[in-house]
Design a protein around this ligand. Structure first.
Ligand SMILES: [Zn+2]
Length: 305
């Protein structure tokens, strides 16, 4: 693996220990453009995987400002929303609920009117739709919430943590905004899933706006390190809905891809094996198929003591 000296050492954004480099990420196209897909790093202490180098927040804001957020079409089914709604009904019947990254307010719209509903959202289009549903938008980032608004019985964040450079900082903000007994519900991809371990740098989740890759293990580490939050439950789920036949076909497609990659690696010449180019460049034209029907996401429920 060839890694330039200036990026040879990288500390983990969450725990600041030295991370291990796994090599170049084989990125996917997405809503923003990166000058480079970056390298994948993994932290042996807290379990976080992350992408680096990565644009600064100011550069990202410039990129997002150009995006027509209406392009983010909402899926017909959201298994994660249904799961969270069911579990929340057991944990909390009313109070103040904040959805970070609420987009059009679809999840909050599912909750009963016994909740006072608040949102954090960057998209102008999403904010407008949320407000039409009676959701009070408090800003574009969780840090924007003024101290006077600083207590929510429930905070949710679906498909948000993978966009945040330092998930530990984000979770400290969450802890600040929860009273004793308050609940956090978050969902993201699981980088401890078997398909992720098999794919490693070549996973379907490496969209350019995804920078942090977490797992249930990471939340166990965070709650052990940060006093006041405990893990109530972790539920593994499929990000997209599909029947058993579709799941099986996806798994077979995924395993066949990795089988053919392993065959190719075993028989290609030594000169083709470098990340620097040569025949290796031709391999970059292909990418591992998605595993979004295979429970490669998880939802974590935390409670503040
Ligand atoms: Zn770490």
């Amino acid at each position: 693996m060839i890694v330039s000296p200036e990026v040879n050492i990288q500390s983990c954004p969450a725990c600041e220990r030295i991370a291990k480099c796994y090599g170049p990420i084989l990125g996917r196209p997405g809503v923003i453009d990166l000058a480079s897909d970056g390298l994948l790093w993994g932290c042996g202490t807290c379990g976080l995987f992350f992408r680096s180098p990565y644009p600064t927040e100011a550069e990202l804001d410039r990129q997002y400002a150009k995006v027509d957020t209406k392009l983010w079409a909402e899926e017909a089914t959201r298994p994660d929303f249904d799961l969270a709604e069911r579990k929340l009904a057991e944990l909390c019947a009313d109070g103040h609920v904040l959805d970070v990254g609420c987009y059009s307010g679809r999840f909050l719209g599912k909750l009963p009117p016994t909740f006072a509903k608040y949102g954090i959202e960057k998209s102008v289009h999403g904010r407008r739709e949320s407000e039409e549903k009676g959701i009070r938008i408090l800003g574009a980032r969780i840090q924007d919430i003024p101290p006077a608004e600083a207590q929510f019985d429930v905070i949710t964040a679906f498909d948000v943590l993978e966009h945040i450079r330092n998930p530990a900082d984000f979770m400290r903000q969450v802890a600040r905004l929860l009273p004793g007994g308050g609940v956090f519900v978050g969902s993201t991809g699981n980088c401890d899933h078997w398909a992720w371990r098999m794919s490693r740098q070549d996973h379907w989740y490496y969209f350019p706006d995804h920078v942090s890759f977490l797992s249930p293990r990471w939340f166990q580490w965070f709650c052990g390190f940060e006093e006041g939050l405990e893990v109530l439950e972790v539920v593994r789920f499929s990000r997209c809905a599909g029947g058993r036949g579709m799941r099986l076909r996806q798994a077979v497609r995924f395993l066949r891809y990795h089988g053919s990659q392993a065959f190719h690696r075993a028989f290609r010449t030594a000169s083709a094996g470098s990340f620097a180019g040569g025949a290796g460049s031709a391999e970059r034209a292909t990418r591992a198929p998605a595993t979004n029907l295979l429970r490669d996401h998880f939802m974590v429920f935390l409670r503040k003591s």
